[in-house]
Structure formats: C-alpha cells, structure tokens
Design a protein around this ligand. Structure first.
Ligand SMILES: Nc1ncnc2c1ncn2[C@@H]1O[C@H](COP(=O)(O)OP(=O)(O)OP(=O)(O)O)[C@@H](O)[C@H]1O
Length: 733
C-alpha cells in the first residue's frame, strides 16, 4: 500500500514565462510504501526540501500529481496538513521561549492528544532521544539537543507518515544509530511510512528504499542492496557517484535531457551505462554545491575522478555546514531576546520615571514627560547616546529648580515648598555663573547688581530724580541658555509669576490696590483647563496613543517575522492549524495584553502623572484599544511585506517619525502649512489625540462630534489596514 505517490511532479520558482525561472522538480516520480523507510538522498539544492514541502501541503506543484495517504495534500478531507503526518523541517522551527516539556505538550495538544497519552509518549521519546531536563528552554539547548526536541515533536503523536528533513545532522553516531534502529523497528511493526533526507549517505543503508535525487529528478529509486548490486559498489556513496557520472555533468544537461531519459527509477533503466555518452561518463558529478568547484579542479588536475578526495571534501563541507548552522542558531536566539525586550522599553521608562517621581523628585511633571519622550526616541536607536543627554538634562533642570526655590524675593506667605521649581546654587562672581551656563552646567542665572536694593529704593522714592544708572541697576538680570525652548519657557513663566507675587505682596503691604502691580491685561478663568495646566496634559494623549499604536505594531511584526524565519509558522500549519486560527490566537492574546496595557497607562497617567480625566475612562480605554488594534494590523502588514527584522524596523521607524512629528503634540497643527495639515489629519493618531484631549480636559462624551470623529478615524484605518493585509496575503501566496 502506498503512502506517498508523486507522478510527474513539476515545480519551479519564479514567473511562468520567465526563461530564467528555477525549475526545482523536473517531472519527478516517486513512490513510498507504508511500513517502510524511504531515504531521499541528494546534493544540497537538488530540491529535496521543496519536494517535502509539496508532500506536506505547504507548497504546490505547478504540474503533476501528488497523493499522500490516499488524498491530495492541501485539499479538504485529505487530513494533510494535519495530525496524520509528523513533520520535522530542516530548521529547528520551535519556540525558543518554551521549555522542552512545554514544546512536546504544545504539539501534543495541537494534534488533539490526551494529557495522559502525551505524558506517556514524552517519557518514551525522552529516553530514546536523551533529551535534556524538562524545564530547559529550547533556546538554551545546543544545536544537537534542539534537533532532538524537534524530532520528538514530530513523532509525539505517532503519525501515519513521518517526514524528517535531515534529522540526524549534529547528532553523535551512537544516537544516530539508535534513532535509525527505532525507525526500522517501528516501520516493520506498523504501517508507519518514513521519508527521511540525510547528508550522511551511508546511514541510508538501513532504509527500505532509496531515492537518489539530482537537479529535481530522481536518478534512481530502489532498495539499497539492489542499488549496490547494480553499480557493483560496496557503499552507497560510490553508487551515487557512479550514477551521477552516468547522468551528466551539469544542471543544463538535466534540463535538456530530462524529457527523454529522466524520471525513471533504476528499475526502468535497462542499461544505464549505454544511456550516457563517453564525455558525460568522464565528467565529474556535483556532489554538493560547496564541493562542486573543488571536485572539478581535482578532476582537471588528475584527469580522472578522485572518489577519495571527493569524500574528504564532502566531510569537510558537512562539518563547516554544522558550524555555520550553530552560528546562525546562536545569532537568531540572541537577536530574538533583544527584539522582544525592545517593545517593552517605553513601558519600563514610563514606569521608571513614575517611580522616580514618587520616590525622590518633586519637579514638575512636565520633565517626566520629556524624559519618557526622550526615552521613546532612544527606543528607536542609539540608546546610550540619548541616555547621556537625559542624565545631563535632569541634572541641569534640577539645578535650576533648586536655585529658583530660594529665589531671594520676599515671597512671603505666597512661597511654599510647592513653589520650588529650581535647584539653588550660588556663584561668587558674574563670570563664574556666566561660564557655568556657557558650559551647560546650569540652565541660567539671575544676576543682582551690588547696589540692587539701593537702586530699587532710589527709583521708587525719587522717580524722575533718581541717580543715573539706578534704573539699570534696579533690574533683575536673567541670563538663560535658551537652547531648550520648553525648559526656558517654563523658567520664564515661573520667574514672572514669582515677580508678580512679590509685586502684589508689596502693593498689599503698602495698602495700595494689587492691580497696580500688574500689566493691564487680565486672563480670566479659562473655559477649559486651568492656569496651572501643565504641558503633561497637552502631551499625554498624543504620547500615550503613539505608544499604544507602535507597541502593538512592533510586537506583532516581531512575532510574525520571527515565527516565519524560524519555521514555527510553517510547522504549526503542517500540524493542522490554519493561518486564520493562528491569526485569531495572536489577536486574542495581543488584545488581552493591550487591555492590560491600556488600563495600566490610564492608571499611571492618573495617579503618577496627575493627568486629570474630566470625562469617561471607558471612552478613553475604548479609543486606546481600537488604536492598539490598528497598530496590530499595521504590524501584520509590515510582517507580510518584510522578510527580515531589519527591514521591518526600518519600515516601522520610517513611519513612526512623520506620524509623531505631525500629529500635533510637537508641532501645533495650526502652525503647519495648509497642505501639511490635511496630511497630518490623515495620520492614525492626530484626530484621535484631539478626541482624547477633549475627553480628558473638556469632559466631552462620545456623542460629541470631536470625540466620535476620533473613533471614526481609527475605524477607517482599521478597515483600510485589514484590506491591505488581505491584498498583501493574496499577493504573497
Ligand atoms: N522560495 C524560493 N524561491 C526561489 N528559489 C528557491 C526557493 N526555495 C528554494 N529555492 C531554490 O530551489 C532549489 C532547491 O531548494 P531546496 O531547499 O528544495 O533544496 P534541498 O535539496 O532541500 O537543499 P538542502 O539539502 O541544502 O536543504 C535551491 O536552488 C534553492 O535555492
């Protein structure tokens, strides 16, 4: 009974009409019977993995037919992909963050096994494959150990067809032998069919049938004994070598001749020697692409095939393959942990800033928003460099705050500890203070001339008859480093307020109307907001929305790209989970995380950053959740079009900056040229930020136009992103 039957399988990569398209399966025929092991041998790049992908239903033939366990893979009711097959791909394709036990249980559950059955199988496989301890994370296992876990995951459910793509790479010979022994015993006592590819040609001697593959065709398909007899060889490597020599030297030969004499099993090649010309007989067979050039030059030197040397070259090539493989594994796992940490940085930073505020500092909240924002920028790149700036920024700001806290005006009763907004530092001379500002140690200084008080008194008492120079000397001179607009704006405001308090106090003491001290402009009670409104309240909606959107984007893009690159996505699909189920699982997990994040952000903003919400928390959380969902879809879109993390990062960062700069929190929309305003309004969090500000500051409800417009904008974005994802998925299919 046949388990797998391939009839005239034809598959290429590239466009149909492209003359340079890569033909990988070239009208290949193959037959695997139940209760047997089929060893698929061939040089690197000959099409083995592609053939296996077609068998498990992850890729489709362009022409020809495949039947697996009585059905066509990928068709409804065939059970393939699904639990009827066990698939161990060439790459490890396991979630590195899972422990070994979790990995086996994960696959067991996907295959619908009971916990008891999984436990039983896990025990058996653990002994057979000498797996490390249960709770060791896959990412912390060596390359060989990871392969064994991968092998166990493919066999846990006792499938009808087991497909193993190079399962024995990196394993010690004793363990390899045990695995083969297990496969031989299991296949002889059950209907299990095994297709196994290997670079160790000799180990395939234990297979029931061997298929020798080259350039997309099967040169031979028979039992190992029959192959050895036919070629009069003592080992399979020599048999393969002879067969390749007979078949031809290059891919081109295969391409041009396949219609006439390929796709036949060795049984149908009556006289293989006669089939090929003399010049082809002389030529050197490409065993692996890595050894090809070396083999050829060896041949050219001596004028005859040098089997022994080729074997040595092959050996070297395998060991270098292994090293490269291990390096790639290490690199991937190292990179992954970094990638996963990155999206969490803004959350850490916001919490860290909050903790600082709660524990040590009493500075104005605006500084913490700056710090968080700076850290958000760090997240994009160059963490260390910007961090240094933040530290110096902090030191300087606090220095100024201290200074102003003891600002030597008779603030009297108006001065309380809460009015402190600077660090105090005295300088003996004007030059010292000037240089400290020049060097960036302080944000500015206040200079009082030596006869300040006398001059002030002189001006007030004598008015027109005051001494020359008194008017100049009675001024409080402020020298500021205005390179940071926000800091100096804040300092100027506080300084003027301090003077106003002083002047009003003076007028009151002199029993004069307070108004005399003020400029004849009076700002009445604001309709919304307060006089003391901090920059935080303005920035908060935009900053929070940016974070929610891009956290969701980065997490989604990272997870999907990592899963795809590491083969976890493909492997899970082969196990019978559909792409839609995988997407839904991600959406459900991510939505729960987002809900927690949104609640955390609202709590932090309220209790740590003192952001007052005059409206409904539910409306705010609703807006944030929808925005997070849009971010998630944007991440999905990025992962569809980007094959690597680096390109995904470029794409995310490239979109992040225009959006954040133009959403109105840094550059007021009213200050933009008209055409830029229109563009800015189209961005996903410009209108929603305005909506959220209206809820927070004005207490407007969802029925207000300027609130539900925020919802409307996000919903339009969600629909558009969803459509783009569907189009992208269709294009990539
Ligand atoms: N998605 C793809 N697009 C274009 N070419 C591809 C793609 N996948 C594989 N190929 C090419 O098809 C050929 C066969 O690849 P395949 O992975 O099937 O070989 P293989 O025999 O499994 O090699 P190895 O033993 O090294 O894994 C190779 O030349 C490869 O470069």
């Amino acid at each position: 009974m046949t388990a797998v039957e391939v009839h005239s399988g034809y598959k290429y990569y590239g466009k149909e009409n492209d003359p340079n398209k890569k033909i990988v399966l070239n009208h290949l025929n193959m037959s695997v019977t139940r209760g047997s092991i089929y060893g698929l041998l061939g040089a690197s790049g000959c099409g083995k993995t592609t053939l296996l992908s077609c068998i498990v239903g992850r890729k489709f033939l362009n022409d020809g037919e495949i039947s697996v366990l009585g059905g066509t893979p990928g068709t409804p009711g065939s059970g393939v992909p699904g639990p009827r097959i066990g698939y161990m791909p060439q790459e490890i394709a396991l979630v590195e963050e899972f422990s070994i036990k979790e990995t086996i249980y994960y696959f067991g559950r996907i295959y619908g096994m009971s916990t008891e059955k999984i436990r039983e199988r896990y025990k058996l496989l653990k002994e057979l494959l000498e797996l490390p301890c249960d709770d060791r994370h896959v990412g912390n296992c060596s390359g060989g150990q990871q392969r064994r876990v991968s092998f166990a995951a493919a066999m846990v459910h006792e499938p009808e067809l087991l497909i193993l793509d190079e399962p024995t790479v990196g394993l010690d010979p004793l363990l390899r032998e045990r695995i083969w022994q297990y496969l031989v015993e299991t296949t002889s006592s059950s209907k299990l069919a095994v297709i196994i590819t290997t670079h160790y040609i000799e180990e395939a001697r234990q297979a029931s049938c061997i298929g020798l593959m080259r350039n997309g065709i099967l040169l031979a398909e028979d039992s190992p004994v029959a192959i050895l007899e036919r070629f009069n060889c003592t080992n399979l490597e020599d048999a393969f070598l002879s067969l390749c020599q007979k078949h031809g030297p290059s891919e081109e030969a295969d391409r041009t001749t396949h219609q006439s004499h390929t796709i036949r099993s060795i049984k149908s090649i009556e006289s293989p020697i006669e089939d090929v010309g003399t010049d082809i007989k002389k030529s050197i067979p490409p065993l692996t692409s890595a050894t090809d050039e070396k083999s050829k030059s060896l041949y050219e030197e001596s004028g005859k095939p040098i089997t022994k040397s080729i074997k040595e070259l092959k050996k070297n090539s395998y060991s270098s393959d292994l090293k490269t493989h291990d390096i790639i594994l290490r690199h991937v796992s190292k990179r992954k942990s970094k990638e996963l940490i990155k999206p969490l940085l803004p959350v850490f930073s916001i919490q860290f800033s909050g903790l600082l505020r709660a524990s040590q500092f009493h500075s104005d909240t605006v500084f913490y928003i700056f710090v968080t924002f700076h850290k958000l920028l760090c997240f994009a790149y160059q963490l260390n460099k910007i961090d240094r700036h933040i530290i110096s920024f902090f030191a300087n700001v606090l220095a100024v705050e201290w200074y102003f806290s003891s600002f030597p005006l008779p603030l009297g009763t108006a001065a309380t500890q809460n009015d402190c907004f600077s660090l105090q530092e005295y300088y003996d001379t004007f030059d010292d203070a000037y240089h400290a500002t020049k060097k960036g140690k302080i944000w500015g200084f206040i200079y009082f001339t030596s006869n300040f008080t006398e001059s002030l008194q002189d001006v007030r008492d004598n008015v027109r008859d005051a001494e020359p120079g008194s008017y100049d000397n009675q001024e409080i001179k402020v020298y500021l480093d205005k390179s940071d607009q926000q800091v100096t704006f804040f300092l100027e405001k506080k300084l003027l307020e301090a003077y106003k308090n002083f002047a009003e106090y003076l007028m009151t003491e002199c029993q004069l109307p307070k108004q005399l001290a003020n400029a004849p402009i009076n700002f009445e009670t604001p309709l919304y907001g307060t006089f003391d409104d901090e920059f935080t309240n303005f920035m908060a909606p935009g900053v929070i929305m940016t974070m929610v959107f891009f956290l969701a984007t980065l997490i989604t893009a990272t997870i999907f790209i990592t899963d795809r690159l590491e083969g976890v996505w493909d492997r899970t699909l082969v196990a019978g989970i559909t792409a839609l189920e995988l997407l839904l699982a991600h959406i459900m997990t991510q939505t729960s995380i987002m809900l927690l994040q949104c609640i955390e952000i609202v709590l932090l903003a309220t209790f740590v950053f003192d952001v007052q919400n005059q409206g409904s928390n539910a409306v705010v959380i609703g807006l944030l959740m929808l925005l997070g969902f849009a971010g998630m879809l944007f991440g999905l879109l990025i992962s569809i079009f980007c094959d690597a993390h680096s390109t995904a990062n470029f794409m995310a960062t490239g979109t992040f900056y225009p959006m954040i700069i133009m959403c109105g929190i840094m550059w007021p929309l009213e200050g933009m040229p008209r055409y830029l305003q229109y563009i800015a309004y189209c961005f996903p969090f410009t209108v929603p930020s305005i909506s959220m500000r209206n809820v927070l500051v004005k207490g407007w409800s969802i029925t207000d136009f300027q609130v539900y417009m925020g919802y409307g904008t996000i919903i339009i974005w969600i629909i558009s992103l969803l459509l783009l994802c569907l189009v992208g998925l269709k294009m990539k299919k």
